[in-house]
Write a protein that binds this ligand. Structure first.
Ligand code: ADP
Length: 840
């Protein structure tokens, strides 16, 4: 917009840009060119000989006219000479005056012979003289006033006897050219113009012989002409040759024959026969040439001249030049040029005025439109133009108005759109700002995280290594340095192969390839070669890092766990376990053998103590019967009747106890030997069987039994039956006296959060619970109740303190576990964990 406004503002300044000026310029240039072309064409002609132009035309016209004049004058001159010749011929061939001539000549002859010296005076009175003179004067009338015509006496030696000019009578002309010619029998003689010595003026003479009947030459008829007087009117140019045109006649010596029209350059007047014409045209003419030329004349002025040679007689001729000053020849052309230029300039001025008027009237409405448009561009959207006209400008105005209206609408709409768009953009900007801030914060956090991770990586206890797709090490943390005995600076960028023992490298390549394809190492055991030559056993986890598109592997990160020591410990542990198992077997063997072997002495003790008891009873009866002295009786009877039976009672109790202990030991030792039959167990049925076996006791004690639906587990049916029989039996045994007994049996899947510490890793387990509301177990004893022969209240209930020991042993063999939770006075919960039935 600002640019456009600028150009609009420039508009008036660059006036030549306005339509008006341009129109005027175009018109003026166009018409000027046309006018110049027309004028040029008119003056100098058109190409292709269509038109030769005024100048050429003018020249040609003048050429033609000069040629015509020259030819005409030449013809006239020749005609004149011919006429004179004919007249002379007529005059001399006329026999009418032969008598008078002969008579007069005879009279003169006579007078001369008689010595009459003034015969010139006397002859005038002679009638023949007068007749002839009259006749000559009549003839002279024909030739003109400047002529003199005379009769020359041949016999008298060339004296003029009669003349139209009486002063000539008696003059001797025999020295003149014609005279010898006539005497030599020439019929006619026309003499070249020359200065007449008598009159000291140029003269041209014609002469013809006058012969008598016999043909004898008796006299010469001499016609003397003043050429200038005769030729001047003949060569009169009239108006045809303008102000500078002239006809010049020269003899073959280029001596002028007539007076010149112009004075000579020095201002003098050239005298005929006295002035030799130096002009070029005269030279051509005197040389006998005919033609026309542009050349300098006698004055040195450029003339256009037609020149002719007039062959007056075969012996001599004249040069005729008809010429006109070039300046005058071209004067009309120059006038035409001037007039044309004046016309052209006037026309151009008129065209400028008309153009300005026309363009003003045309551009005024356009200017209004443009001003309106400028106002419009300056923001006045309501501007409209008078569109009343029906011409093109009216149409333009209408179009402008409708366009302006549409633009105004559109502008409004645009403004609205811009507003809403601006609001949107502002909102987006705000959002972007927030996002940028967020991003910055995230970047900061990322940086922190990266630094943190960097440090973590660097200082982590776990050895961490990263390698790229070409298996070059790109990261190597401190722990790894420690693990391998190498410096990060030494290994970074070099092949990862070096950290593996040489024997392992082929295998490692496969592993590395798989890792590079994205396969994860999960606790893969890979040895690491330490610089000291030892190998460290490391448990590896790896992850492959891919490019953003998730296709190109960039590298692999792996974290190791040095389990070299653990491995060693495990080996030792395995060794120990093995030894322990052997010892256990040995012990079980000893227990078995011992308990078995103890049995027979015990049976002996039991047997003999019974026998002893019976013997004592016998002794006691005997002493009553036989009447032992009272002093003896007082001493012996208490021993026999009280102390011994009491001691025997202790012995028997002890043996019973010992028996049960030995039975228990045997049972325990047998447990280790029994062959297990692990199968999925239907625990609902198993518990039903257990309860069935204890039904009598349950009923007697009025105990409430709650059994839930139980999950399946894996175990040996007989042994698991024993486990639960023992637990339910204990629950019944250790109920709180005076409180209605409630025993619940439940089962569920093991929960690592809840049962975690008791459940072995790697398998699914189910957990059963036998809960009672009995006397409970003090916390201090909880751990001890599973120990062999451990009883909390040995006197209370019947038992050997072996049940839970066996239970735990049994469960151990089946990968089962047992633990207890209890509160004294409230009851106990015995938990049994067994592998889940679906583990099989
Ligand atoms: P016995 O029951 O033969 O004494 P056990 O090995 O079965 O031997 O039990 C060991 C001891 O654990 C018991 O003497 C008893 O004190 C305690 N006990 C076992 N079960 C329970 C129970 N449900 N409530 C309270 N105490 C119990």
């Amino acid at each position: 917009m600002p640019e456009r406004r600028m150009s609009t503002n420039l508009f008036p300044r660059l006036a030549f840009k306005s339509i008006r000026t341009r129109m005027a310029l175009v018109f003026v240039i166009f018409t000027s060119v046309v006018l110049v072309a027309v004028i040029y064409g008119l003056l100098y002609g058109l190409p292709g000989n269509l038109f030769n132009g005024w100048q050429e035309q003018q020249k040609r016209e003048v050429y033609d006219s000069l040629n015509l004049t020259a030819d005409f004058k030449r013809h006239q001159l020749l005609e004149w000479i011919e006429t004179n010749r004919k007249l002379m011929s007529i005059a001399t061939t006329n026999r009418t005056y032969d008598y008078q001539i002969e008579t007069l000549l005879a009279t003169v002859q006579r007078m001369k012979q008689t010595g009459v010296t003034d015969w010139r005076v006397k002859i005038i009175s002679d009638p023949n003289y007068n007749t002839l003179r009259y006749e000559l004067l009549e003839m002279k009338k024909v030739f003109g006033p400047s002529h003199q015509i005379s009769i020359v006496d041949v016999d008298g030696g060339g004296d003029i006897v009669v003349s139209s000019n009486e002063t000539q009578v008696g003059e001797n002309v025999s020295w003149e050219d014609f005279y010898p010619k006539m005497l030599s029998n020439t019929d006619e003689y026309l003499g070249e113009a020359h200065e007449d010595l008598r009159s000291q003026s140029p003269v041209l003479n014609f002469s013809r012989p006058v012969r008598n009947e016999d043909g004898k030459l008796i006299a010469i008829l001499l016609l003397e002409l003043d050429p200038s007087e005769i030729l001047t009117p003949l060569l009169e140019t009239g108006a045809g040759l303008g102000t500078t045109g002239e006809i010049v006649l020269v003899n073959q010596d280029r001596m002028i024959l007539t007076y010149l029209r112009h004075s000579l350059p020095d201002g003098s007047i050239a005298v005929p026969l006295m002035y030799q014409n130096p002009g070029i045209p005269a030279m051509h003419a005197a040389n006998g040439e005919n033609g026309i030329t542009e050349a300098k004349d006698y004055r040195g002025v450029m003339v256009l001249a037609a020149y002719r040679f007039i062959d007056v007689t075969p012996e001599w001729g004249w040069g005729l030049v008809v010429k006109k000053d070039l300046a005058e020849v071209y004067a009309p052309v120059q006038r035409s040029i001037f007039f044309s230029i004046a016309m052209g300039v006037t026309s151009i001025l008129l065209i400028i005025l008309v153009t300005i008027y026309l363009s003003s009237s045309l551009t005024k409405p356009l200017l209004e439109v443009s001003q309106a448009a400028q106002k419009y561009t300056e923001g006045d959207l309501g501007v409209r133009i008078d569109a009343s006209g029906n011409d093109e400008v009216g149409l333009l105005a209408k179009s402008f108005n409708s366009m302006a209206a549409r633009l105004q609408d559109w502008y409004g709409e645009m403004e609205q759109r811009v507003k809403s768009r601006t609001e949107e953009i502002t909102a987006v900007n705000e959002q972007l700002k927030t996002e940028i801030e967020q991003r910055k914060r995230i970047e900061g956090e990322l940086r922190e995280t990266r630094d943190y991770l960097e440090n973590l990586l660097k200082y982590a206890n776990a050895p961490i290594i990263v390698w790229d797709a070409e298996n070059r090490i790109t990261r190597f943390n401190r722990a790894f340095e420690h693990l391998s005995g190498r410096n990060a600076a030494d290994v970074l960028g070099s092949s990862i192969d070096q950290i593996f023992p040489s024997g392992q490298q082929a295998h490692m390549h496969t592993l590395l390839q798989n890792a590079g394809r994205g396969e994860r190492w999960e606790s893969v055991e890979i040895p690491i070669h330490h610089v000291d030559g030892s190998a460290r056993i490391v448990l590896w986890n790896s992850a492959t890092i891919f490019s953003n598109n998730g296709v190109i592997p960039l590298g692999t990160i792996a974290q190791g766990l040095d389990i070299t020591e653990r491995k060693k410990a495990e080996e030792i542990q395995a060794q120990l376990s093995h030894e322990l198992a052997e010892k256990n077997d040995e012990l079980e063997q000893i227990v078995y053998v011992t308990s078995h072997d103890l049995r027979s002495p015990l049976v002996n003790i039991q047997g003999f103590s019974k026998e002893l008891d019976m013997s004592i009873k016998d002794i006691s009866q005997a002493m009553d019967v036989d009447g032992f002295p009272p002093s003896v009786l007082d001493k012996v009877l208490p021993i026999i009747q009280k102390e011994i039976p009491q001691a025997l009672g202790y012995i028997q109790t002890s043996t019973i106890k010992m028996d049960s202990l030995i039975s228990g030991l045997l049972k325990l030792s047998r447990l280790g030997r029994a062959v297990l039959n692990i199968v999925p167990l239907d625990m609902d049925e198993l518990i039903r069987n257990v309860l069935y076996a204890l039904e009598y006791q349950i009923k007697v004690d009025g105990i409430q039994i709650n059994v839930e639906k139980l999950p399946v587990c894996l175990g040996d049916a007989v042994l698991i039956n024993q486990v639960f029989t023992n637990l339910v039996d204990n629950a019944i045994k250790y109920l709180q006296p005076g409180r209605a007994g409630v025993i619940s049996i439940t089962g569920r899947k093991a929960n690592r959060n809840r049962d975690g510490e008791h459940i072995p890793q790697g398998k699914d387990y189910v957990v059963y619970c036998v809960q009672d509301n009995g006397i409970g177990i003090a916390a201090a004893h909880l751990a001890k109740i599973f120990e062999i022969f451990h009883r909390l209240d040995p006197q209370g209930t019947f038992g050997e303190g072996l049940g839970l020991t066996i239970v735990r042993h049994t469960l151990d063999r089946q990968q089962g576990r047992i633990w207890v939770e209890s509160l004294p006075g409230e009851g106990s919960k015995f938990f049994v964990a067994l592998p889940h039935g679906n583990n099989s």
